[in-house]
Design a protein around this ligand. Structure first.
Ligand code: NAD
Length: 300
């Protein structure tokens, strides 16, 4: 029997050093009996510019990589350099996973599928008709597309940067013409949240180096589910406040784990043990982490 050579996977982006994803993939690879090597490839440390992502994808293929995870600031830039982009990622206009097959580089987005899978696991049966999304950045965009695919009929995007919220809402309307997507401002949350099924928070507020609440906790009510994408810490001030008034909650670990679960499956063709990866992730997040290495732009 021919022994398969080890899997070789890389994570490309800026500030990827502290990422938990390499450890998560390699532990699951070991548990599956695979030789699985996963390296961070930090653009800054390598002296490479984001616009070189096309070259980097080509070099990775030549050097024998099986796959790449792509993160900030290359998720959009990489698209024109791929042979095929799977439909969900193409619709989103962002790729976080590239798998090399015999002669093609194929792009996927497991941030958005990861949010959907994590939501299904953590908030089963939750109503999704009317949802507010707070934060229109990279994570918010992946979440928004997931919610609209999962059946949200009315999504309102709120961001301190109202132009950014309006731009995302406009793009989502084009991508999901059957849904209603609006942009709104923070001061309208007092009107929006009483009539919403749920709220997803996707700004850095609540991270260890950005502590606090993203909006007034008095706006939370027991009929609202609350999902946070922040996962360092897992139990954010927002989730604590939400539990205190009786909300169902979902922490950011679900999305972080399932982006890796989905990527591992695409790379290896093996369905990983999601419960084992979750346990490993939660163990990693619980370890002391030097505050200076927790950054605004953090990658699972
Ligand atoms: P980003 O910079 O792309 O977007 C952040 C958005 O939040 C911006 O539009 C900004 O205007 C807005 N914002 C910033 N401060 C705000 C505030 N105080 N109140 C309201 N809006 C504010 O960042 P991102 O990549 O989308 O990351 C956001 C958070 O999501 C980070 O905490 C990151 O660690 C987390 N994240 C989690 C996962 C996961 O898998 N769970 C994945 C990606 C990112």
């Amino acid at each position: 029997m021919t022994q398969r050579r080890p899997y070789l996977v890389g994570l490309i982006g800026t500030g990827v050093g502290p990422s938990l994803t390499p450890a998560l993939h390699m532990a699951e690879g070991r548990a599956q009996g695979l030789d699985y090597v996963y390296r961070t490839l930090d653009l800054g440390e390598l002296g490479l510019a984001p616009h070189q992502i096309g070259d980097i994808v080509g070099w990775a293929r030549t050097l024998g990589y099986d796959a790449l995870n792509i993160t900030h600031p290359c998720k959009q830039l990489v698209l024109p350099h791929l042979d095929t982009v799977e439909q969900v990622a193409r619709t989103l206009g962002a790729v976080n996973t590239v798998v090399f097959d015999a002669d093609r580089a194929v792009g996927y987005n497991t941030d958005t599928t990861g949010f959907a899978h994590g939501f299904a696991e953590g908030l089963p049966g939750a109503h999704l008709d009317t949802v507010v999304l707070v934060g229109a950045g990279g994570a918010g965009t992946a979440v928004a597309d997931a919610l609209l695919r999962m059946g949200t009929c009315h999504l309102t995007v709120v961001d301190l940067d109202v132009d950014r919220a309006a731009a995302l809402a406009g793009e989502l309307c084009t991508r999901h013409p059957h849904a209603r997507v609006d942009a709104s401002s923070f001061d309208k949350l007092s009107v929006l949240l009483p009539d919403s099924d749920g709220v997803v928070h996707a700004t850095p507020t609540g991270m260890a180096d950005h502590p606090g609440l993203p909006f007034d906790a008095a706006l939370l009510h027991a009929d609202l589910w609350v999902a946070d994408v922040v996962y360092r810490p897992l139990d954010t001030a927002l989730l604590q406040a939400a539990r205190a008034v009786g909300c169902r909650t979902l922490d950011g670990g679900h999305m972080a784990v399932y982006q890796a679960v989905d990527a591992f499956a695409l790379i290896t063709g093996i369905t990983p043990d999601a419960a084992r990866m979750t346990a490993h992730f939660r163990n990693l997040v619980a370890q002391p982490f030097p505050p200076s290495t927790i950054r605004f732009k953090e990658h699972p």
